[in-house]
Design a protein around this ligand. Structure first.
Ligand SMILES: [Zn+2]
Length: 203
């Protein structure tokens, strides 16, 4: 009986995570990696809870996660948002930043707890940025790129000493996205939402 209870409880945790991730339009493959559920069960969950329930705003994403690191650094806004996500990943113990600002993976492999922490980090990111530029899958890819693949790293701003996400193969001018936005009138005019985001980050 006890075994049955434990199994039921474990399955319920898997389902809860799958639903949470489907709401963020995570890809089937990402959901499978975190929950351990088969593609077929994930598809049925989506059909039962979203497609047939009138929740048609949620899309089921398939295929591979997006991979280009340029997405995280192509504008100061994106770069700042990627930096927020990395800070939230570190706060959620999904990765570890050592004394030399090197970023390390701190979770051996994705599991249900990892998935919930990833969702929590992403949900906090959505609260902090009024105009989020990075989807859940981009957040998932960011975690991999900075913790496992070394395609991104944390640079230090020479103006304010803050750390920010930078492309390992880009020429770094040494200025963080927040300083670029504050110091560049063109950037201010380009999107006032960036400044709103900046204020939100500081609050
Ligand atoms: Zn700075």
């Amino acid at each position: 009986m006890r075994l049955t209870d434990d199994r039921y409880s474990a399955e319920r945790c898997q389902f809860e995570l799958a639903l949470r991730m489907i709401r963020h339009e995570a890809r089937t493959r990402t959901i499978r990696e975190c929950t351990g559920l088969s593609d077929d069960r994930i598809r049925k969950l989506y059909t039962t809870y979203f497609q047939n329930s009138g929740n048609s705003g949620i899309k089921r994403r398939r295929g591979k996660s997006p991979r280009q690191v340029i997405r995280y650094v192509k504008t100061p806004q994106n770069q700042m948002q990627a930096t927020t996500l990395v800070a939230l990943f570190a706060a959620g113990l999904l990765l570890r930043i050592d004394g030399d600002d090197r970023v390390h993976a701190s979770w051996p492999r994705p599991d249900v707890e990892f998935g919930h922490r990833l969702c929590r980090a992403y949900e906090n990111y959505l609260l902090l940025h009024r105009h989020p530029q990075l989807s859940f899958e981009w957040a998932w890819n960011l975690l991999h790129c900075i913790a496992w693949n070394d395609e991104l790293y944390l640079a230090t701003c020479k103006q304010c000493d803050a750390r920010y996400v930078q492309d390992a193969y880009a020429i770094d001018n040494g200025v963080c996205p927040a300083c670029i936005i504050v110091g560049n009138p063109a950037e201010k005019g380009y999107n006032s939402a960036v400044l709103n985001d900046n204020n939100n980050l500081g609050s």
